[in-house]
Design a protein around this ligand. Structure first.
Ligand SMILES: *Cc1c(COP(=O)(O)O)cnc(C)c1O
Length: 388
């Protein structure tokens, strides 16, 4: 084969710190609190329903917009939880995980040279999808405030330019474990209405909130439904991250635009999973209450353990992740800390700087995940305390 090089839009997208840390965990046998892959059980009825759907022969393409009963179940879920009324036919689209939903949305709305805003740090699929569309992701830093992270509305306003098309919001937030407050969502909505921005809101952790601040969706605020796509997924809610079933809800024209892209990314996927999830989603609240209990226990164990180990954990109100300041151990750089941690304590974590787009990442932050079996978290904590 002759000389070739990858297309400009994928240059620099190569392997990441996640690959390096996962490999390090494998090689050293360290407890892996790096990637957010759950070690927790899924609802037994859901698994049984999938097996039955497969054996019943429901294994061909579903409709491109998704299995109708799942679209109906998603619409009922949004109405029940958020008071938002979406038509299953035209305002709900099933996707190959939230990841495809994000890519389809950004490819549908962004032209080369456009800008996408997201809060920094952010999930790594956002800058990658923006880049595939030819747009640039501009990070607006969340600011440390006590043991949490908060919106700086002035910084958000200042980041809007005539090229800004989309704001990607993620609440509850990965990697910060933050739930955006009502006041923060109001301030974000103000900016979006003022500048006619489309909002893509990633709510895959909508059911995994542990403290007082409830999850709210920005789509429910005045003037926001018409400009917002809500994205969620079964992966985190039911511990089935390998199934890759997600969905988008929004006004018909925006959903149609994302759907036209989605059609040629994957067309459709996961017929038996879609069928089983259609049945499960109606009773998600009971399931989620139990899962929240498990994750809250893990969060508390890890947070207390990190304190005991002499590190400084931040508040994690939701999701799978907890941030810690590693400077008390004499490190100023999370990357070095994470490279040395398997040897020193038999634990793998991810430097939070990997999630920042902007220049001023706090280099001393490290992300630990707690979506693991309780004994994994206990072992990690014991080893961290010993390594202090
Ligand atoms: C895990 C995760 C996703 C990916 O969801 P899939 O349904 O597996 O594609 C999207 N956004 C955030 C914030 C995540 O943490």
């Amino acid at each position: 084969m002759g000389e070739w090089s990858p297309a400009a839009r994928v240059r620099g997208v190569g392997t990441s710190i996640f690959t390096e840390m996962t490999e390090l965990a494998r090689r050293t046998g360290a407890v892996n609190l790096g990637q957010g892959v759950p070690e927790l059980a899924s609802p037994a009825t859901l698994l049984k329903d999938v097996a039955e759907a497969v054996l019943a022969g429901n294994n061909q393409y579903p409709p491109a917009t998704g299995f109708p009963a799942l679209r109906t179940a998603v619409a009922e879920h949004q109405l029940r939880r958020y008071g938002l009324d979406y038509r299953p036919d035209g305002e709900v689209l099933v996707t190959t995980g939230a990841t495809e939903a994000i890519a389809a949305a950004l490819l549908a709305f962004c032209d080369p040279g456009d800008e996408v805003l997201a809060f920094d740090p952010c999930y790594d699929a956002y800058p990658a999808a923006a880049r595939l569309s030819g747009a640039t992701l501009v990070g607006v830093p969340l600011e440390a405030d006590g043991d949490g992270f908060v919106l700086n509305a002035d910084a958000l306003r200042a980041a809007v330019t005539p090229r800004t098309r989309v704001l990607v919001l993620n609440t509850p937030h990965n990697p910060m474990g933050k739930v955006f407050t009502a006041a923060e969502l109001d301030a974000i909505a103000d900016v979006c209405r003022e500048h006619s921005l489309i909002v893509v809101t990633d709510e895959v952790y909508e059911h995994l909130v542990y403290d007082e601040t409830p999850h709210r969706t920005i789509a429910a605020l005045p003037g926001m439904r018409e400009r917002t796509l809500i994205i969620s997924s079964a992966g985190k809610t039911f511990n089935v991250t390998g199934w890759k079933i997600g969905w988008i809800c929004g006004p018909a024209p925006l959903v149609a635009a994302a759907g036209s892209v989605k059609q040629f990314l994957t067309y459709a996927s996961g017929t038996p999973y879609q069928e089983a999830l259609a049945r499960m989603l109606g009773s998600v609240e009971e399931w989620a209450a139990e899962l929240r209990g498990t994750l809250r226990t893990n969060r508390d164990l890890l947070s207390d353990g990190l304190k005991q180990a002499g590190l400084r954990p931040y508040r994690a109100e939701a999701g799978y992740f907890l941030q810690a300041d590693v400077r008390p151990w004499g490190y100023t750089d999370g990357v070095t800390f994470c490279r040395e941690l398997p040897e020193r304590a038999g634990v793998v974590a991810i430097p939070t700087s990997a999630f920042y787009q902007g220049q001023d990442a706090p280099s001393w932050l490290v992300r630990f995940s707690f979506c693991k079996r309780e004994e994994s978290v206990r072992t990690a904590v014991e080893q961290l305390v010993r390594a202090r």
